[in-house]
Design a protein around this ligand. Structure first.
Ligand code: BG6
Length: 486
């Protein structure tokens, strides 16, 4: 399928995000035909590379693009639509701006996406320069990459400054989790099956777990991560967005306004933060030296090369509630961490037990029904149910899984999906200003409490499933964390 042509300007075009995520995504979209050859991609840079664009792109891809491989002829054609443009980001008089303006004016009616893959402190300067050159007209959109602030105040400042130059309809805040295939599946599953909607509430659901586990540590990422931590890096955005998608009411319309209004209601209904709640329902940890796959690995402090002991958390587990009619009394457990034994992300919905055991002879009826939406490493839906265990005799039961492998061989990677959505002006997979701010309000409450209490993250050994306290929080509720192969 070929989408209509668009112009994409990546500010920070030779930076990390661009080289590691955006360019491979764009190449794969170009190769698959979802980006047409009339589209144009501009990469702004401080200085032009010494090689020609094709050679430079080849080096960036390092001989392979993981999602689709690298083909010489396709690479040459792709390089044709890429322009590397030296440009002084916050200096509107820099010659690069005039060149960009001239080029973009040639195709006045096509969508123009300005992707700000740069630190947020540069957002305002770039938006002002865009406006100065008339590059914020109706067909122009601005895509903002996280981190969108460090707290509510800084997020509001960014949002307010960007809003001086771009309307909310033109502003596309990225959370790449919303571009994942599994999120599309979650929406399809929830809103095109009556079966689940009838069960999707506190009458039937015991609790919900959302986990994003990572095996990687923070070697080489200390500059960004130190002082940010898992709460700001993962909970404020990815985990809360997933929670919203699971908990929201069916929107009248699955468009940008419909989805985002419902997600916002969930954020507003999150259980308020108090010192008691933070003490009893939030666990933060930091990894110490350990082993991953039999190899010794360093502690967080080693990885980020700090002389003083850091208080930045690399693990968070939270129990919270969505305080509304549908979810009254249903705990939502959120968990994320670095240097855990495995990399996976999933949403696990655990149903209540049957109200009455009709056959007193049934034994092993210990496992509740579970519905699992796996986002990675593969897209997968599974419903765990109890069935008769033939092998063990008439009255024995066992747990079986109904599996739905929903991996689409032609699936779009998250960044490609989001860029294509932005080119069409579709905001349903982007985050509204109010969502960002409500999420910060909640997260800030927890961080403020940590600071006020003067507590430190609890240690956990790299290669283990987080601090002991995160497990006892579950045990105290008579539950346990759900794992990849459990
Ligand atoms: C990013 C975080 O937003 O998401 C990283 O900054 C994290 O710390 C990454 O590793 C995880 O994304 P994914 O898609 O690899 O699960």
């Amino acid at each position: 399928m070929t989408d209509d042509a668009f112009d994409l300007v990546i500010f920070g075009g030779r930076g990390d995000l661009s080289c590691k995520k955006l360019l491979p995504a764009l190449y794969s979209g170009f190769r698959a035909g979802s980006i047409c050859k009339e589209s144009r991609i501009y990469l702004t840079t401080r200085s032009k590379p010494s090689e020609d664009t094709r050679t430079w792109l080849g080096e960036v891809f390092g001989g392979n693009v993981p999602s689709c491989g690298l083909d010489d002829a396709v690479l040459s054609a792709f390089a044709e639509i890429v322009t590397i443009l030296p440009l002084g980001l916050t200096d509107p008089d820099h010659i690069g701006w005039a060149a960009l303006q001239k080029d973009i004016e040639v195709q006045q009616s096509r969508p123009v996406i300005h992707f700000l893959a740069i630190p947020p402190k540069l957002f305002t300067g770039v938006c002002a320069a865009l406006s100065h050159h008339g590059l914020n007209s109706d067909q122009c959109r601005v895509v903002l990459e996280k981190p969108l602030g460090h707290d509510l105040e800084s997020a509001q400042e960014i949002n307010t400054q960007v809003a001086e130059y771009f309307t909310e309809k033109q502003t596309f805040r990225i959370d790449h989790y919303l571009g994942k295939e599994a999120v599309q599946n979650l929406l399809a599953l929830r809103f095109s099956n009556i079966l689940f909607e009838k069960l999707w509430n506190s009458e039937t659901i015991d609790h919900i777990q959302i986990t994003i586990a990572e095996d990687l540590g923070l070697v080489g990422r200390g500059g960004y991560y130190e002082g940010v931590g898992a709460m700001r890096d993962m909970v404020q955005n990815h985990l809360l967005q997933l929670l919203c998608l699971v908990a929201m009411e069916p929107p009248a319309n699955l468009d940008g306004d419909g989805i985002r209004e419902e997600k916002l209601k969930v954020l507003k209904a999150l259980q308020g933060i108090t010192p008691e709640i933070v003490k009893n329902q939030v666990v933060r940890g930091q990894y110490t030296a350990g082993a991953m796959g039999g190899e010794a690995v360093g502690s967080y402090n080693d990885d980020v090369d700090l002389d003083v002991d850091s208080t930045t958390e690399t693990y968070v587990a939270i129990k919270t509630f969505v305080e509304n009619w549908r979810w009254a009394g249903v705990p939502f457990y959120l968990r994320t961490g670095k240097r855990l034994p495995d990399r996976f992300a999933d949403i696990m919905i655990q149903f209540k037990d049957v109200p009455h055991n009709s056959n007193k002879n049934w034994h092993d009826r210990s496992e509740p029904n579970r519905f699992i939406i796996r986002l990675q490493p593969e897209d997968h839906l599974a419903l765990r149910m109890m069935v008769k265990n033939h092998a063990q005799g008439e009255d024995a039961l066992k747990e079986e899984e109904l599996n739905l492998d929903v991996t689409d061989p032609n699936r779009l990677g998250p960044y490609l999906r989001l860029i294509l959505a932005a080119s069409k002006g579709d905001q349903s997979l982007f985050v509204h200003r109010d969502e960002v701010e409500y999420a910060w309000r909640w997260v800030d409450g927890i961080i403020a409490e940590w600071e006020a209490s003067g507590t430190k993250p609890l240690p956990y050994t790299a290669g283990t499933w987080g601090p002991y306290e995160a497990h006892s929080m579950m045990n105290n509720d008579g539950r346990k964390w759900f794992g990849l192969n459990s």
